[in-house]
Design a protein around this ligand. Structure first.
Ligand code: F6P
Length: 367
């Protein structure tokens, strides 16, 4: 009898998901490992995240074809080098209090004959995975989010690719900013966590970085820019995280409303800052929101490698029956942690340790 493992990606896509699927299939179907493991696997891809597991009709052939994809090494052969997720994704929440579909999902898990489910997700969707585990399903989590806001792991898939995109996009902007002696306010993603802004700012040498973990004072931003220009710089880049807040104000939301988990879509704080700088100085200012460009394109070498390690680890966890746990990187080594622990808090920037609250940039010192 083969152990049937389902795999799905849920929430935002990012580079590295396809690599993890590629490697978990390679590992699961590796014939040389059968004697050591004492078990054989079948891997079933579930399309479009939880939506697929809710909407599939396991007794209908056409529905099975639409919502599931049996995976083998031939199918996933080239997936490791592509961004996004070949299994598709969605922001559907099966535990939505106004439309709870968790019972239907559980029935489908059983009807599909799944012995375990690997969920590639961030905070919200590993939260769903954990609830399902509490309800008796055999679930394992793989951390992915460009925000890197999941606790209990040093890495979440997609982060490195996103930082690289921020860096190369700022390199491009620097060229035109320099030609015109302009200030560019660049807005990046990250939700409540400032990691993308902080590390993108470090890599690109931004003049200033504004993060959600520390409310900024607009007058100080302008003062710092004036000092920056006074020191002879032709142009400057202010990198602002979408969740950053001016002191005394609320987060700035897009008009799109909320996602399936009740979170507001963020975005627009960069435009607000650019307008204020333009009003209070004689600098020429432009605003660029990087938005979904940060989640596009091919995975970096690091994301491919981490996808490989996380995918293989997830199959090892099925073999060891480590259910209710999440793959994790700790002290540079791949291990696993209880999902509950990873969900107890968000991994946010420790301002005291990493952020210079006077000059609004990384705290670069070791003493
Ligand atoms: O969580 C990842 C993320 O990219 C956030 O940084 C961002 O706020 C959000 O997803 C955007 O969501 P969507 O792709 O649904 O617009």
């Amino acid at each position: 009898m083969k152990t049937k493992v389902g795999v799905l990606s849920a929430g935002a896509d990012c580079p590295g998901i396809n690599s993890t699927i590629h490697w978990l299939v390679q590992s699961a179907l590796d014939k040389d490992l059968v004697p050591r493991r004492g078990m054989m696997f079948k891997i079933l891809g579930i399309m479009d995240g939880w939506k697929g597991l809710i909407e599939v009709r396991p007794d209908k052939k056409a529905s099975l074809k639409h919502f599931t994809m049996p995976l083998d090494t031939d199918i996933v052969r080239t997936w490791d080098r592509y961004g996004g997720t070949r299994l598709g994704t969605s922001r559907v929440n099966p535990f939505d209090p106004n439309n709870d579909k968790s019972d239907l999902l559980t029935q489908n898990y059983k009807k599909l004959g799944l012995d375990a489910l690997i969920v590639i997700g961030g905070v919200d969707n590993l939260g769903v995975a954990y609830k399902l585990y509490q309800n008796g399903l055999k679930v394992i989590g793989i951390p992915k989010t460009i925000d890197r806001d999941l606790a209990e792991t040093e890495y979440t898939l997609g982060f490195d690719s996103a930082v690289n995109i921020i860096t190369s996009d700022i390199d491009r902007l620097r060229v035109t900013a320099g030609s015109h002696s302009r200030i560019f306010v660049v807005e990046c993603m990250g939700r409540k966590a400032g990691w993308l802004a902080l590390e993108g700012g470090e890599a690109s040498g931004a003049a200033m970085v504004l993060i959600p973990e520390h409310e900024f004072v607009l007058e100080r931003v302008i003062e710092l820019l004036k000092l920056w220009k006074k020191s002879g710089k032709r142009y400057g880049i202010v990198l602002v995280s979408e969740g950053a807040k001016p002191r005394g104000m609320e987060e700035i939301h897009e008009r799109r409303g909320r996602d399936g988990f009740g979170h507001y879509y963020l975005g627009g704080v960069g435009g607000f800052i650019a307008e204020q700088i333009q009003k209070d100085t004689n600098f020429e200012v432009r605003y660029v929101a990087l938005r979904h460009l940060q989640r596009g394109g091919a995975p970096t070498a690091y994301d491919r490698r981490m996808g490989r390690k996380f995918g293989i680890a997830a199959i090892d966890m099925v073999v060891n029956e480590d259910f209710g746990r999440m793959v994790s990187l700790k002290h540079g080594e791949v291990t696993s942690v209880p999902m509950k622990k990873a969900l107890d808090r968000l991994n946010l920037v420790n301002v005291e340790k990493f952020y210079n609250t006077r000059d609004y940039k990384s705290l670069d010192r070791i003493l």
